[in-house]
Design a protein around this ligand. Structure first.
Ligand SMILES: [Zn+2]
Length: 485
């Protein structure tokens, strides 16, 4: 037991939320793990410097599960390996979606907000999958040369780092990369657009999903284009990256109407989940005043209560947030995301003891969703009760086994190991966290320390060696880049 080390780690751990509050920025913890806090905090810091370019990945268990479920039949129809395509949510009010790195579809929160149905978003996902299977990104990289690759790659690395909760470096890399990439390189040609449209309509058809939403969504974009012209404002982002030619919608419509799936009804359960997620995102992203305009207190639907709960929580109105949360839980006491919200509100208001039960149940009911589990692990550690550390270790190990890109879970795992005096594994957990946050020099030191202390040829020792080699290679690459300039 090393109480000093533990105290130091914990106070560092707490420093982030405190500084966020001090900045009076919308409170951070999107439904989830503290990883999102770091992401949001980094984004907010970046926002202060460059208001027009704020970009961040938002991670939320419920949203990710919904987007995965919406995409799954389309991914399968596209012949891509299920589970291999990530649908990543970007916190950005502009209406856009894009693909990068072959197997990831990025969707802006603004697009979710502009869509009225899950079916509309599925139309967009199908189209983006068409860009993936068409290999359009790769072709751009090859055609434009090294500079493009680096730009696109930096966006990717930034996105991965940000998704994992990395700090400012990752965010900055991503913002620079993405802006440049979208502005200059990622705008698809009309040929690519028609090919993605054709592929997308094929995937919708194979999955038995109607193309109506896709048409509705494109019409909305077209109306905007008529209204604003080809402006550079946020709402034109999608049409900048995916040019809408005059006959594109009518061609699509003809294809869709001939398809038996055209009349397929929307899945009501998916739609209900979509409305919840849309409200939750709105409540999280916007100021309480705006949230109350769209979702006034008189409206007592689940989405309205959800939006208000997040808005109040973000505004540190704990009592009001709890009233909405309790009302939600009364409608379904076994909803893992309501329980997650309850736990989050208690944890964030400094009552980790009261966060444990809802988060434990939420973890169980969500089949150990790694993001929820890492918040639970965080709460267990935050109680500062040593009796809770064994459970925290088990929960966090399980979380990182299922979602390695979660540096915050690694960080907390390191805290638990350090508390037990298991310094080699604490250093290994630090190395995991640092390498995925792009802190290669620190990752190298941590990995070396871990390797020196771990029994040889054990899986942990081999892992420490892997990280050491990876960090060394990254540092050499940085040196070479610098050398060339
Ligand atoms: Zn496109």
């Amino acid at each position: 037991m090393r109480p000093l080390e533990l105290a130091r780690l914990q106070s560092r751990f707490r420093a982030k939320p405190a500084s966020i509050t001090a900045m009076r920025v919308p409170h951070i913890d999107f439904a989830r793990s503290a990883a999102a806090k770091l992401v949001a905090a980094a984004a907010l810091l970046a926002m202060a410097a460059q208001p027009a370019s704020a970009q961040s990945v938002l991670r939320d268990a419920e949203t990710e599960k919904l987007l995965d479920d919406m995409a799954a039949p389309l991914v399968e129809a596209a012949g891509l390996a299920p589970g291999n395509v990530d649908i990543v949510l970007i916190n950005d009010p502009s209406i856009n979606a894009f693909v990068a790195g072959g197997q990831a579809v990025y969707i802006h929160s603004g697009l979710i907000d502009k869509a009225d149905t899950a079916n509309e978003v599925q139309g967009v996902i199908a189209h983006e999958l068409g860009h993936i299977t068409g290999g359009h990104i790769v072709r751009y990289g090859e055609g434009v040369g090294q500079a493009t690759k680096i730009t696109v790659l930096s966006m990717l690395l930034g996105a991965v780092a940000a998704a994992a909760g990395a700090a400012d470096a990752g965010m900055a890399a991503m913002m620079a990369g993405q802006r440049a990439a979208i502005g200059r390189f990622l705008a698809f040609s009309r040929v690519q657009e028609s090919s993605a449209d054709a592929a997308g309509s094929e995937y919708l058809s194979k999955a038995g999903i109607s193309g109506r939403g896709s048409i509705e969504f494109f019409k909305k974009l077209q109306n905007q284009e008529f209204r604003y012209g080809f402006s550079q404002d946020d709402e034109a982002a999608f049409t900048r990256t995916h040019p809408l030619s005059g006959d594109r919608i009518s061609t699509l419509r003809e294809t869709y109407i001939a398809d038996p799936a055209w009349d397929a009804p929307d899945d009501p359960e998916l739609q209900a989940r979509f409305e919840r997620v849309k409200a939750k995102l709105y409540g999280y992203i916007h100021t309480p005043a705006r949230v109350l305009q769209r979702y006034p207190e008189t409206v007592q639907t689940t989405p309205a209560r959800y939006a208000r709960a997040y808005a109040h929580h973000n505004n540190a109105m704990i009592d009001k947030a709890l009233v909405e949360t309790e009302a939600l839980m009364a409608t379904d006491p076994d909803d893992p995301y309501f329980l997650e919200l309850k736990g989050q509100v208690m944890l964030e208001s400094g009552k980790p003891d009261q966060a444990l039960e809802p988060l434990r149940r939420s973890t169980e009911l969500s089949n150990s969703d790694p993001l929820i589990a890492s918040m639970f692990g965080h709460a267990l550690i935050a109680t500062e009760d040593k009796d809770n550390f064994a459970e925290a270790e088990q929960v966090l190990r399980n979380a990182v086994a299922r979602d390695r890109r979660n540096p915050f879970a690694w960080y907390q795992l390191g805290v638990v190991y350090a508390a037990r005096g298991d310094m080699p594994r604490a250093r290994l957990a630090s190395a995991e966290q640092q390498v995925m946050s792009g802190e290669y020099a620190r990752a190298l030191r941590s990995a070396q320390a871990a390797e020196a202390g771990l029994p040889e040829y054990t899986p942990d020792w081999l892992r420490a060696q892997d990280i050491r080699l990876q960090a060394t290679a990254e540092l050499e690459r940085d040196d070479n880049r610098r050398g060339r300039r």
